[in-house]
Design a protein around this ligand. Structure first.
Ligand SMILES: [Zn+2]
Length: 354
C-alpha cells in the first residue's frame, strides 16, 4: 500500500493544477499556451495543430508527475503505433491521445461495474483508471484521464529511467514494448519536438541509381524466401542515408544481408539497409539519426560468412517492417520510396530556385 501514497498526492496536485485557469499554466508550458492562444484567436479549436495540442498535454502532465514530457510522448506514440497496427482490437478512446486501456483493466478486474468512472471505487478494485483533469470522474474517453492513468501506473516504481523500465515491464509484460518506448523517448529527447516525420530517399537524389518494384519475387540464396524489400542498384561506395528520424537498433553482420543497419522510427517501423560496404563513423547501436544523414555505403556484402562480398552486383537492399506488438510484418516500401524521392526532389528544386 506504500506505493499508492505518492499517486494519491500526485492526483490531488493534478486536480488542483488542471482546475487552474489556462493563464496560470502559461509560464510552465509555452507551447500549450501558444497552441491554446492560436486556437482561440485564429481558428476553431478542432483545427488546432494536433502535435501542439499533444505537446501541451504532455507538458501539463509533466509538471504534475515530474516525468519528462518525452516519456509521455514516447508512451503515447507507442500506443498510437499499436492502435494503427491493430485498429479493431484497439479502437480510439481519446481525441488527441492514443492510449488504449480496455474496460476491465480500467475499472479493475473484479469490479462489478465494468463502466465504473468513480476514481475511489476504481482504485478499490485496483483498476488503472484515474481522474487526471480533476473533474471527479475517471473517464475512459478523456485524453488527460487516459494518459494520466497509464503514466501513473507506469511510474509506480519511481520516475528514473530504470524505474520507468520496471513500470513499463509491469504494465506491458513485453520486453519489446519497453525497448520501443525507451527508443522513442531517446528520439524525442534528442530533438526536443514532436514533429519528426519528414523522410528522405535512402541514397542521394540523382541519376546514379536505379530501382523498380521487386516485392515478393524469388531469391537465389538461402533457400525459398520471397524478396522483402526494394533493391536500389548503385555503384559501390555511394552514400546510404537514413530515410527517417530514428534510432539505430541493429548494426553488424548477417549471413543474408551482409553488413547491415536497422533503424527504428516513431511509426514503429524498422528500416533495414543491407549489403553495405561499410559504415559511417559514429553509427552505433543507440545512435539517433535524422532523414538524409549518411549511415553507410553501398556494397555487395552478404550471402556467406562475415566479409563475403561480390556475389552479386552492388546494391542497397531496403526493407521496412511494421511492429505489431509481438511480431513484425514486412511491407512493400516501393510506393514510399517513390513518394520520398519526389518530395526530396521538390525540396531541392525549391532551394535552388530561391
Ligand atoms: Zn534485396
Amino acid at each position: 500500500m506504500k506505493r499508492t501514497l505518492p499517486l494519491v498526492a500526485a492526483l490531488c496536485a493534478a486536480s488542483l493544477l488542471f482546475a487552474a485557469p489556462m493563464e496560470g499554466l502559461a509560464s510552465s508550458s509555452h507551447t500549450q499556451h501558444n497552441a491554446q492562444k492560436s486556437a482561440k484567436e485564429d481558428k476553431p479549436e478542432a483545427e488546432a495543430d494536433p502535435l501542439a495540442v499533444r505537446r501541451g498535454l504532455y507538458d501539463r502532465l509533466s509538471t504534475v508527475t515530474g516525468i519528462p514530457w518525452y516519456w509521455m510522448a514516447a508512451i503515447d506514440q507507442y500506443e498510437r503505433s499499436m492502435s494503427k497496427a491493430r485498429p479493431k482490437a484497439r479502437p480510439l478512446l481519446g481525441k488527441n491521445i492514443s492510449v488504449f486501456i480496455d474496460q476491465e483493466r480500467w475499472a479493475g478486474p473484479l469490479n462489478p461495474d465494468p463502466e465504473d468512472s468513480s476514481p475511489a471505487s476504481i482504485q478499490w478494485f485496483n483498476g488503472i483508471g484515474r481522474d487526471g483533469d480533476g473533474n471527479g470522474s475517471a473517464d475512459r474517453s478523456s485524453d488527460i484521464d487516459l494518459l494520466y492513468s497509464l503514466v501513473s501506473r507506469v511510474s509506480a516504481y519511481g520516475t528514473s529511467k530504470e524505474d520507468l523500465a520496471i513500470g513499463l515491464w509491469e504494465f506491458y509484460h513485453n520486453s519489446r514494448s519497453v525497448q520501443r518506448i525507451q527508443q522513442f523517448a531517446n528520439i524525442y529527447e534528442k530533438f526536443g519536438k514532436l514533429d519528426l516525420f519528414q523522410h528522405a530517399f535512402p541514397v542521394p537524389i540523382g541519376n546514379n541509381y536505379a530501382y523498380r518494384s521487386t516485392w515478393g519475387t524469388g531469391r537465389s540464396w538461402g533457400g525459398r524466401r520471397t524478396h522483402e524489400g526494394t533493391d536500389i542498384f548503385a555503384h559501390h561506395g555511394l552514400p546510404v542515408r537514413s530515410t527517417c528520424y530514428g534510432i539505430i537498433e541493429i548494426k553488424g553482420w548477417n549471413p543474408y544481408g551482409g553488413w547491415r543497419v536497422g533503424i527504428r522510427d516513431l511509426n514503429n517501423y524498422y528500416h533495414y539497409y543491407a549489403h553495405l560496404s561499410g559504415y559511417e563513423k559514429n553509427v552505433e547501436i543507440g545512435s539517433i539519426v535524422e532523414p538524409g544523414q549518411v549511415i553507410g555505403y553501398v556494397g555487395s556484402s552478404g550471402y556467406g560468412k562475415p566479409g563475403t562480398q561480390g556475389k552479386f552486383p552492388p546494391h542497397l537492399h531496403y526493407g521496412v517492417y511494421s511492429d505489431r506488438g509481438l511480431i513484425e510484418w514486412s511491407f512493400d516500401p516501393f510506393p514510399m520510396l517513390k513518394r520520398w524521392e519526389a518530395e526530396e526532389r521538390r525540396r531541392i528544386s525549391k532551394k535552388v530556385s530561391r
